[in-house]
Design a protein around this ligand. Structure first.
Ligand code: SF4
Length: 228
């Protein structure tokens, strides 16, 4: 949920449970600063409110499935979409005092670049903004390493899931929610010119990584069959 939308929906849930409005801020802090595994873990909130929230919201749309750790400390997380069962990958890359999360925007990828294993694996669908954000909050909770940088460079072409990319960027950068500086976020793309223009207008401080792959247009079309 976006910042204002979150306040509105959380306020109505808190009111339905008969709790005072200051519970909304307690709930916000639990969700975005502490990342519990379930509503039941939100100690300090009344049990009746936790049970009410558990009935009406899904806290984590992704199930943590597997984790692999490399010798250099890089951690690869595999998630399962509760709803449809698609598989999604994210990676945590430690580098001195930098911790970069590499997150996915799609399950598989429809572009099918000839050199890319994700493209070969087929395409199961776009991730919702909630599923994009859940990668960040669950990695932070599992690793206890907050991100200093975030790259949209996992599975999928972010600009082909544009609405949910924009929603997730709003939640990531909103100081009331995850509060990650826009300059610390990079969106990686094989290049969709109109969407690049729209992204730069909506989030001028977010960085862009454009993969060219070949200077010859015919060869590029072969390698990156976007058909634009
Ligand atoms: S757009 Fe990216 S994720 Fe998709 S097939 Fe090409 S390189 Fe792989």
């Amino acid at each position: 949920m976006l910042g204002d939308e979150f306040i509105e929906i959380a306020s109505s849930a808190v009111e339905e449970a008969g709790e005072p409005s200051y519970r909304v801020d307690q709930l916000r802090r639990w969700l975005y600063e502490r990342t519990p595994q379930s509503f039941k873990d939100m100690e300090g909130l009344p049990l009746s409110l936790r049970e009410h929230l558990d009935k009406i919201f899904v806290l984590h749309p992704l199930d943590h499935d597997l984790e692999q750790v490399s010798e250099d400390g890089t951690r690869k997380f595999l998630w399962k979409q509760g709803r449809e069962g698609g598989r999604i990958e994210s990676v945590l890359i430690p580098d001195g005092d930098r911790t970069t999360y590499c997150i996915s925007t799609q399950s598989g990828c429809p572009v099918k670049c000839t050199f890319c294993a994700t493209g070969y694996g087929g395409f199961s669908g776009n991730l919702s903004a909630g599923e994009i954000i859940d990668q960040v909050v669950q990695i932070r909770s599992l690793s206890r390493q907050a991100p200093t940088n975030l790259v949209f460079m996992g599975m999928g072409e972010p600009l082909l899931n544009f609405d949910d990319l924009l929603r997730s960027l709003s939640i990531l950068t909103d100081p009331r929610q995850l509060g990650i500086g826009a300059r610390r976020i990079t969106v990686s793309t094989v290049g969709i010119p109109e969407r690049i223009r729209q992204l730069s207008q909506a989030f001028p401080q977010v960085k862009l990584a454009l993969s060219i792959h070949a200077a010859d247009p015919a060869l590029r079309d072969e390698l990156v069959p976007l058909n634009l």
